[in-house]
Ligand binder design. Structure first.
Ligand code: RB5
Length: 152
């Protein structure tokens, strides 16, 4: 498995911790985030990771900024991306099981190292359930592609 990871200046240390954690799990990591604490605009990392995931060059992505909010907003502008901000493992697992999240995001100013690892593991280890959830994920895709869905 290959994951893309991106971050801004608030999340360099946590990004490195997560890269090490993923590597220990045998996952190949493409790091497209900043490696310095100089001010860095998070949309760049969100777009880079979003593109790698949407193109299939990466099987999924991890995004970290101060809150996880801005960087996931940016990634979600890429067609086909479902980036979910999660601050605890339950939502992280459900984001895969029900929403088929292809990017997990969280905040370096919100969660600590160990919680971040749990969030990543919960998302990675969960499986998308399909079924009735596929219809809803398809509706989200329809909004993305057409700006509308029937009945709304
Ligand atoms: C940077 O100060 C901060 O705005 C950024 O890391 C992120 O939290 C934005 O959503």
């Amino acid at each position: 498995m290959k994951l893309a990871i991106g971050n801004d200046h608030t999340a360099v240390d946590l990004k490195n911790t997560i890269v090490e954690h993923l590597t220990q799990r045998g996952i190949e990591v493409i790091n497209v985030g900043t490696d310095t604490t100089d001010s860095f605009d998070y949309p760049l990392s969100g777009l880079r990771v979003g593109r790698l995931v949407a193109s299939g060059e990466a099987d999924g992505g991890v995004l970290i900024c101060g809150t996880g909010v801005g960087i996931s907003l940016a990634a979600n502008k890429v067609s086909g991306i479902r980036a979910c901000v999660c601050s605890e493992p339950y939502s992280a697992a459900m984001s895969k099981r029900h929403n088929n999240a292809n990017i997990i995001a969280f905040g370096a100013r919100v969660v600590g190292d160990e919680m971040a690892k749990l969030i990543v593991d919960s998302w990675l280890d969960a499986e998308y359930e399909g079924g009735r959830h596929q219809r809803r994920v398809d509706l989200i895709t329809e909004i993305e592609q057409t700006g509308a869905i029937e009945g709304a």
